[in-house]
Design a protein around this ligand. Structure first.
Ligand code: BGC
Length: 366
């Protein structure tokens, strides 16, 4: 009889444990392959939000640093905003300490998309929400959403701008071109390149475009750490090795800093400035577009990305459902819900119109 009672009690205890675990787990979706984050219990208003940025080497990250501080505090949160100077261990430590300091949400733009799995999994185990910002978080299920401008679409705009610019400025083809990619650890960089090649590859195949160096693979074209100096060195040697008796007509560049490095190398080699694409609408490149030195950039306004991220943070805080994502991305482990914004091409033809109401760019147009 005593054994029967204790067996009965044990079964009841197991049932109670299972029920309470299920209730706890309702706060977020842990299902592999789940496309939408579920509503959770929320967390206290005024909680801490940690923002981990990869570096401050391009204008967009400096803007993100400033805007996250201001906007999070304006929304009543406590903000810890840090940048990792392109170093994976630094970023891992910063994220760990944000969690130790009570962050309820982490906003993360990784130095290396695939190197944060274990710190993010620890954060998730501590009940922290994780939002990828501008870049995908790879090989982990510890990510609730990613907010970014469409990365393949960005590359397609860059490739199309290069083609359009060549037709507009360099007469009839075939055109001599070179290809540059961004930092190989950044999950955006291969996507930008892939998008550009969607447009350029058919024109390479039909002979309209000639990549004189023959370097058409992302691994050959990539620029370690998005380092402008390294891009300039590569451009110097491409010109010295392949263009002593040839004109270079165009260069695919993954962002504005690298575009300016490429243009500088061409000027120093005595080349006429080629058609060069870009990204970020940095102030200096917008000025170069106005001056006719850089052909194009892609505008992906930081304030829109920060505002979208803030909306998601507020929904998580209130314990509400996130909206249906605009897309999902296979990050190697799960289908991550993506909230994608639309990037916009900028050339001399529309530059003034695009930035007409942007106070930060006003000085360029006066
Ligand atoms: C961002 C770009 C930036 C680059 C280098 C990319 O992930 O999307 O805006 O230029 O990183 O910082």
């Amino acid at each position: 009889m005593k054994r029967k009672v204790s067996l009965f009690l044990s079964i009841i205890m197991v049932l109670v444990m299972v029920m309470s675990l299920t209730a706890c787990g309702g706060g977020r979706s842990d299902d592999e392959g789940s496309a939408t984050a579920e509503a959770g219990a929320g967390f206290e208003a005024g909680a801490t939000v940690g923002v981990s940025l990869p570096w401050l080497g391009t204008q967009n990250w400096k803007e993100a640093e400033d805007q996250f501080k201001t906007e999070l505090e304006a929304a009543g949160f406590k903000a810890i905003v840090q940048e990792a100077d392109q170093k994976v261990p630094t970023q891992q430590q910063q994220i760990e300490s944000m969690v130790q300091n009570g962050a309820k949400v982490l906003v993360v733009a990784p130095v290396d998309g695939s190197q944060l799995g274990s710190v993010l999994e620890d954060a998730k185990a501590a009940g922290v929400y994780v939002i990828g910002y501008d870049r995908l978080l790879e090989n982990t299920d510890a990510v609730d959403a990613v907010v970014q401008f469409g990365s393949i679409q960005t590359g397609e705009l860059q490739g199309q701008a290069l083609l359009d610019g060549l037709a507009a400025e360099k007469g009839d083809g075939p055109y001599n071109i070179e290809l540059f990619g961004g930092g190989p650890a950044d999950p955006n960089a291969p996507n930008f390149f892939k998008g550009a090649m969607n447009v350029l590859q058919p024109k390479i195949d039909d002979g309209t475009l000639v990549v004189v160096s023959g370097q058409t693979e992302f691994t050959e074209a990539a620029t370690l750490d998005w380092d402008n100096g390294k891009a300039q060195t590569r451009m110097d040697s491409l010109l010295a090795g392949n263009y002593s008796d040839k004109k270079i007509d165009g260069v695919l560049s993954p962002n504005d800093g690298i575009a300016r490095a490429i243009i500088t190398a061409c000027e120093q080699a005595g080349q006429e400035i080629p058609v060069v694409s870009g990204l970020d609408a940095e102030d200096e490149s917008v000025q170069w577009i106005v001056d006719g030195k850089q052909y194009s950039t892609v505008n992906k306004p930081t304030n829109e990305l920060v505002a979208k991220t803030l909306k998601i943070i507020k929904l998580l805080q209130e314990g509400k459902d996130l909206p249906t994502p605009t897309a999902t991305a296979d990050n190697g482990k799960i289908e991550v819900p993506l909230y994608e914004l639309t990037p916009q091409i900028v050339t001399k033809a529309n530059v003034e119109e695009v930035f007409a109401n942007d106070p930060a760019k006003a000085a360029i147009f006066k």
